[in-house]
Design a protein around this ligand. Structure first.
Ligand code: FES
Length: 228
């Protein structure tokens, strides 16, 4: 799916605990696969990458407070470039666990569209449960991270910053049924700058990912595991 530029206007903004959920109505229909992401650009303000979710006719982003502080007044119009990347690989089996960090909850919610069956979400972010209520999603469960047990799942997605993912890699090792996704290293988002290359694999997160099975990026994952 080729990237396109879209303009969109602000529909609503709901402030959650650590971030802001903003919803925009695009002028044209936007299509993307779960795990694909967008560059979102506000005039004279924040520019960053984020995962979208379509709710009715709106495209919804979860924006981190680090990038968008309270004093910044949301403009009426935004520019969106995407979809970027290939999205998420499909899971193995039907028992799916998803470990997710704050700013990635939209990606975790979008995952439901590639999974046939029930998902257990593990997060320390209370907003995810709230999003479930707002969107009336009733068939999946949300649990705190400490309740996660690797052996209970046929596939596990770990979605968040590299700092969030790292301790799980160290704990569980390089397994075929672990899929990771992160935008931590993404800078240009278009495959030019090389900042997102996963060492020793030649894979670019922004073009080849952002979701990868660990078996595809073994050399990188092993290095991360042995980092101090
Ligand atoms: S972010 Fe520039 S090449 Fe991927």
């Amino acid at each position: 799916m080729a990237s396109k530029y879209f303009s969109a206007f602000l529909n609503s903004s709901i402030k959650l605990e650590k971030g802001k959920v903003v919803s925009f109505i695009p002028k044209k229909t936007i299509e993307f696969s779960p795990g694909q992401f967008f560059l979102i650009s506000f005039p004279k303000g924040f520019r960053g990458f984020s995962f979208p979710l379509i709710v009715k006719k709106s495209v919804v982003f979860y924006l981190n407070n680090k990038a968008l502080n309270d004093s910044y007044e949301l403009p009426k119009y935004v520019g969106l470039i995407g979809p970027l990347g290939k999205g998420f690989p499909k899971p193995l089996g039907k028992r799916i666990g998803v470990l997710v960090e704050d700013a990635y909850i939209m990606a975790a919610l979008a995952l439901r569209d590639v999974i046939n069956g029930k998902i257990a979400y593990f997060t320390d972010n209370k907003d995810l449960g709230l999003m479930f209520q707002l969107m009336k999603i009733g068939d999946s469960v949300v649990l705190p991270l400490w309740q996660f047990r690797f052996s209970e799942f046929s596939s596990v997605y770990i979605i968040g910053s590299i700092d969030f993912i790292k301790p799980f890699l160290k704990r569980y090792g390089v397994k075929e049924n672990i899929i990771i996704a992160s935008l931590s290293k993404v800078n240009c988002g278009l495959g030019f700058c090389g900042s997102c290359i996963l060492r020793k694999t030649g894979k670019r997160v922004c073009v080849d990912g952002p979701g990868f099975r660990l078996s595809e990026i073994k050399e990188w994952a092993k290095e991360v595991i042995y980092e101090p």
